[in-house]
Structures are given as structure tokens and as C-alpha cells.
Design a protein around this ligand. Structure first.
Ligand code: NAP
Length: 261
């Protein structure tokens, strides 16, 4: 029993990037449990797939899963990945652009051109390229397609020191989400975003100390940090024509009340 209607995405093909672990893995698992065929871009390798992506999935769900890998932090990498995905799935109903990370906490004075390129190539350029490359396949979806982008609470708050390029890159994707929602509405493609707050994944195990996380948790109205599983239902909601067919250009904040606005 997984709590998801196992027919909600029956016969649908869903692509999730950054799905080897963390939020993307929980999202891909939830789509599989809701009946979808899922092409999961696991990240740069399959290292975390067994620990996270395929954890607890039954044989029927595993049969509907294809896994691809590829580093997305370079010009052209997103288009190359999209080409490989359309080879596996010529028609796509849902695209979740989720691959991303801070790359490192780097203060402005220490920012190098290489760091700048890596943060923006991964969080912005690859999102644009994957979407552009998969657009023809999304246009062929029978009952309208959906794109759901992962942004961040830091797009609104500015994040904390050392995250300026990352936070601004997520703000880019939020605005891009709204622009694209208008542009693609005539093609019956809805475009929305999920904006996670502080979610306990490898992301924060890497970039935030336990003391910083404990202090953050006490300031959250719901009095705890979030989990990847807290985020997944928002993606299914925004991806489902049945549940959110009149919703486009929106950013849904999933943060326990940490930021309201
Ligand atoms: N956790 C949070 O509190 C939080 C808050 C707001 C927004 N977000 C956003 O949520 C999304 C998922 O983050 P998460 O918390 O689940 O972090 P995570 O556990 O670190 O997962 C990040 C995913 O993105 C992939 N990725 C990172 N760098 C990549 C690269 N260069 N090329 C290809 N794939 C790459 C990772 O693959 P590898 O395994 O190869 O690294 C992994 O699959 C990200 O866009 C993140 O910015 C997270």
C-alpha cells in the first residue's frame, strides 16, 4: 500500500531528471506506484539507484522503469540527454526537470568562472535544453502534457551565504516556468514548478551543518524539516490533467510554512 492511486498515470510516460536519489527518486517512485512508465535520469551515475530510486518497488513497477545517466553541467549535455530519452520514449506525457544542486557554498569573492559556469549550466541551461529537446515528444501527448520544474525556497528568500548563484538560478527557472506556461498553452502543455523548503536529502547532508539544520527546524511552523516523500505528491498533482487541468504557470511551495508569500 503506497497511498497513490495506482491507475492515475496508467499508460502515461513520465521523465524525471535527477531521480537517482533524494526528491527526484521519491517523485519517480510515486509515479511508478501510480501506474506510469518512467524514464529516470539517475544523475551522473547509477550509484544511488538501489539505495533510493528502486527502494520498495514491486516487480510490476520495476518493469515500467528505464534508467539513464549523464552529467548535465555542461553546454549541450541536456540536448544530448533528451536525444537519448526520445530514443526510449517517442511520446512523453510528463517531464519533471529536477536535476540540480548548489555545487558548493562559494562566497562571491571566491567565485571562479568555472564555478559560475557549472552552477548555471546545471541548474539553468540543462533545464532549458532538456525541455527543448523533449518538446516534440511532449507535443504528441494525447490529452495534453505537463512540465514540472523543481525550483527552491531560496529563489524567494535568497538562501544563505555562499548560495547566491544557486538561489538566483532557481529564480530564473521560476520566471521561465511562468513564461513557458503562456508560450506552451496553445500546445496543451501546462508548465508549473514545485519549490521545496529545507528537505532532508543528501543535498543538505553535503551543504548544511547539523546545527544549522536544527536551528532551521525550530523556525518552521510545522516544527520539522521536510522529507522527499513530503514533496512527491505535489509533483503528481501538478502533472495530472485530472487533478490540476486548469493550473499553469504556478509555483507550489512545499516548506512546512517556512516561507509564506
Ligand atoms: N533538499 C532541499 O532542501 C532542496 C530545497 C530546494 C530545492 N531543492 C532542489 O531539489 C532538487 C533535488 O535535490 P535533492 O535535495 O533531492 O538533492 P540530491 O539528493 O543531491 O539529488 C540531486 C539530483 O540531481 C542530480 N545531479 C546533481 N548534479 C548533477 C549533474 N552535474 N549532472 C546530472 N545530474 C546531477 C544528482 O545526481 P548525482 O547522484 O550524480 O549527484 C541527483 O540525482 C534539486 O534541483 C535541488 O536544487 C532541494
Amino acid at each position: 500500500m503506497n497511498g497513490f492511486d495506482n491507475k492515475l498515470f496508467d499508460g502515461r510516460t513520465v521523465v524525471v531528471t535527477g531521480a537517482g536519489r533524494g526528491i527526484g527518486a521519491a517523485v519517480a517512485r510515486a509515479f511508478l506506484q501510480a501506474g506510469a512508465h518512467v524514464v529516470a535520469h539517475a544523475g551522473r551515475s547509477e550509484e544511488h539507484v538501489e539505495r533510493d530510486l528502486t527502494r520498495g518497488l514491486d516487480a510490476a513497477a520495476l518493469e515500467r522503469l528505464s534508467v539513464v545517466t549523464g552529467d548535465l553541467a555542461a553546454p549541450g549535455a541536456g540536448l544530448a540527454l533528451a536525444g537519448r530519452i526520445t530514443g526510449l520514449a517517442p511520446r512523453i506525457d510528463v517531464l519533471v526537470n529536477n536535476a540540480g544542486t548548489m555545487v558548493g557554498r562559494v562566497l562571491l569573492g571566491e567565485t571562479t568562472p568555472e564555478h559560475y559556469d557549472r552552477v548555471l549550466d546545471l541548474n539553468i541551461r540543462s533545464t532549458v535544453e532538456v525541455t527543448q529537446g523533449l518538446l516534440p515528444a511532449l507535443k504528441t501527448a494525447e490529452s495534453g502534457a505537463a512540465i514540472v520544474n523543481t525550483v527552491s525556497i531560496s529563489a524567494r528568500t535568497g538562501g544563505s551565504p555562499g548560495s547566491s548563484l544557486y538561489s538566483a538560478s532557481k529564480a530564473f527557472v521560476s520566471t521561465w516556468t511562468r513564461s513557458l506556461a503562456r508560450e506552451l498553452a496553445p500546445d496543451r502543455i501546462r508548465v508549473n514548478a514545485v519549490s521545496p523548503g529545507t528537505i532532508m536529502t543528501d543535498f543538505h547532508r553535503r551543504y548544511s551543518s547539523p546545527e544549522k539544520l536544527a536551528a532551521t527546524a525550530t523556525g518552521i511552523p510545522l516544527q520539522r524539516l521536510g522529507t522527499a516523500e513530503d514533496c512527491a505528491p505535489a509533483y503528481l498533482f501538478l502533472a495530472s490533467e485530472h487533478l490540476s487541468g486548469y493550473v499553469t504557470g504556478q509555483v507550489l511551495e512545499i516548506n512546512g510554512g517556512q516561507f509564506m508569500g
